[in-house]
Design a protein around this ligand. Structure first.
Ligand SMILES: Cc1ncc(COP(=O)(O)O)c(C=O)c1O
Length: 413
C-alpha cells in the first residue's frame, strides 16, 4: 500500500505513525537535536558530526565513564564471567558480584538491604508497582520521572498527584484520606529537568503525621549530593527517616542498572514479587564490576563531589549573571529557559555550532512555552571548558534575543 493510502485510513492502527511528520520537518531545517551519534568521546569532549564539542549535557556527574580503573574492572569481569548473564536474578542470573554490590550499597546507604534491577527505570517502575497494592494510596509529585508514573499506573493502588513540590497541596490531599489506608509519598530527590531538590524534611514530617512511608528516587542525587554522595535524604540529614531510596548506575556510577535500599523485609518482598526484577535478565558482569569500582572511587576521591558542587555554583552564578532564567536549580542540573519550541531548537543548533553540546527539552517534558536547554556538569570539566560554555551561551543568547549585553533577560517565561 502506498504511503498516501495509509495516511487516509484512520482505521489502520499504524495511521498515527504514518501521519507523524514533525521529526522529518525539523530534520529538513537542520534543527533536529536528538539521537546524534557520538563517534568518539573522552567524557568531557565528544565528536558529533565530525566536530569536537564540549559535552554539557551528560549525567556523568563524577566524570568516571572513561576512567581507566573502571574500564579495567569491566574488562576483567568480562574475562572472568563472559558478556552476559542470560537470565534473571531469580534463576541462573545471579553472580557473586551482584551479591557483593548489593551488600556494599546497603552499607554505603546505611540501610538494611538492597536489591538490584537491570535499569534505573525498572527499579522505580518495578518497586512502586510491587509495594503499592490494591488498598493503598500513592501520593506522587506531578513532576516525577516517567518511570515513577509508569510504576503508579501499573500498580493496583490509587494514585493522587500533588502539585510540584507543593507541600500545602500534598497536606490537603493527605488529610482527605482514610487513616486506615496504606500510604506512600513518592518523589524524585533531585528533579531531572529543573535540578530542584525535593522538600525532604516537609515530606518526612507529613508522612509521620499521616502514618505514610516515603520513597525517594535519587537517580540524580546519589553520587552527587549529600554526605559522601548519599543523596537527597542525606543532604537533609534524614537518611533514617526516608523508608525507601532508589538510585541508578547510569549517571554518577558510569554504568547501567539500578538499585533500591530499605528495611530488610520490604526489600525481600520486592525481590520476590517485582515482575521487573523476576522476569528480566540481570545486570551483565561488566556493568556490575564497573559500579563496584565507581563506588570505591566515590568514597576514596572525595574531591570529585567537592569539585562538582563548586562547578555547579560557578555555572549557576555565571548563567544568572548573563541574564538567563535557570528556574530553581540547586544541583549540577542547570536548565536555561528559552521559551518556544522552535526558538529552543534554533538556540540548540547555534550552541552546537559554537562548540557546546547540551540537551534541548521541549513539551511534553516541560510545559508549553517553557522549552529549555538542559545543561549538566561533571567533576572533570576544566575551568576553561566551563568558561567556553558560558561564552557560547552568552553569544547565542544575545544573538537570539534571550538576553542583552548588560546581563538582562529579554524574555518572559
Ligand atoms: C529521576 C530519574 N529516575 C530514573 C531514571 C531512569 O534511570 P535509567 O536511565 O538509569 O534507567 C532517570 C533517567 O533519566 C531519571 O532521571
Amino acid at each position: 500500500m502506498a504511503r498516501s493510502d495509509h495516511s487516509i485510513n484512520s482505521a489502520d492502527i499504524f495511521a498515527k505513525a504514518h501521519q507523524f511528520t514533525a521529526a522529518d520537518e525539523v530534520k529538513a531545517k537542520g534543527l533536529y537535536p536528538y539521537f546524534k551519534p557520538l563517534t568518539d568521546t573522552d567524557g568531557n569532549v565528544v565528536v558529533i558530526e565530525g566536530r569536537e564539542v564540549i559535552m554539557a549535557g551528560s549525567n556523568n556527574y563524577l566524570g568516571l565513564t572513561n576512567d581507566t580503573r573502571l574500564m579495567e574492572a569491566a574488562q576483567n569481569a568480562i574475562s572472568k564471567y563472559g558478556t552476559g548473564c542470560t537470565g534473571s536474578r531469580y534463576l541462573n542470573g545471579t553472580l557473586d558480584l551482584h551479591l557483593e554490590l548489593e551488600e556494599k550499597l546497603a552499607k554505603f546507604m546505611r540501610k538494611e538491604n538492597c536489591v538490584l534491577f537491570s535499569t534505573g527505570y525498572q527499579t522505580n517502575e518495578g518497586s512502586i508497582q510491587t509495594i503499592a497494592g490494591r488498598n493503598d494510596i500513592i501520593f506522587s509529585d506531578k513532576d516525577n520521572h516517567t518511570c515513577i508514573v509508569v510504576g503508579t499506573l501499573s500498580s493496583n493502588a490509587r494514585t493522587v498527584r500533588y502539585h510540584h513540590n507543593d507541600i500545602a497541596h500534598l497536606k490537603k490531599l493527605m488529610e482527605r484520606e482514610d487513616a486506615s489506608t496504606g500510604k506512600i509519598i513518592v518523589s524524585d530527590g533531585v528533579f531531572s529537568m529543573s535540578g530542584t531538590l525535593a522538600k525532604v524534611p516537609e515530606l518526612v514530617a507529613l508522612a509521620k503525621e499521616h502514618n505514610a512511608r516515603v520513597y525517594l528516587d535519587d537517580a540524580h542525587a546519589i553520587g552527587v549530593i549529600g554526605e559522601g554522595g548519599r543523596g537527597s535524604a542525606s543532604a537533609f540529614d534524614l537518611l533514617d527517616d526516608v523508608d525507601l531510596i532508589s538510585g541508578t548506575f547510569s549517571k554518577s556510577f558510569a554504568s547501567l542498572g539500578g538499585f533500591l535500599v530499605g528495611e530488610r523485609s520490604v526489600i525481600e518482598y520486592i525481590r520476590h514479587h517485582s515482575p521487573a526484577h523476576i522476569f528480566s535478565a540481570s545486570m551483565p558482569p561488566a556493568n556490575v564490576a564497573t559500579v563496584l569500582k565507581a563506588l570505591e572511587v566515590l568514597q576514596e576521591e572525595t574531591w570529585r563531589l567537592e569539585r562538582l558542587e563548586e562547578i555547579s555554583n560557578y555555572m549557576r552564578n555565571g548563567l544568572k549573571e548573563h541574564g538567563f532564567n535557570i528556574w530553581t536549580s540547586e544541583s549540577p542540573i542547570i536548565p536555561v529557559v528559552i521559551g518556544g519550541l522552535m526558538d529552543c531548537l534554533e538556540f540548540w543548533r547555534d550552541l552546537f555550532d559554537e562548540g557546546v553540546y547540551a540537551n534541548a527539552v521541549v513539551p511534553p517534558a516541560v510545559p508549553r512555552g517553557q522549552s529549555l536547554i538542559r545543561t549538566s556538569y561533571m567533576a572533570t570539566h576544566t575551568n576553561d571548558q566551563l568558561d567556553n560554555i558560558l561564552d557560547a551561551f552568552r553569544k547565542v543568547g544575545i544573538k537570539r534575543g534571550i538576553i542583552d549585553h548588560n546581563g538582562h533577560s529579554l524574555i518572559e517565561v
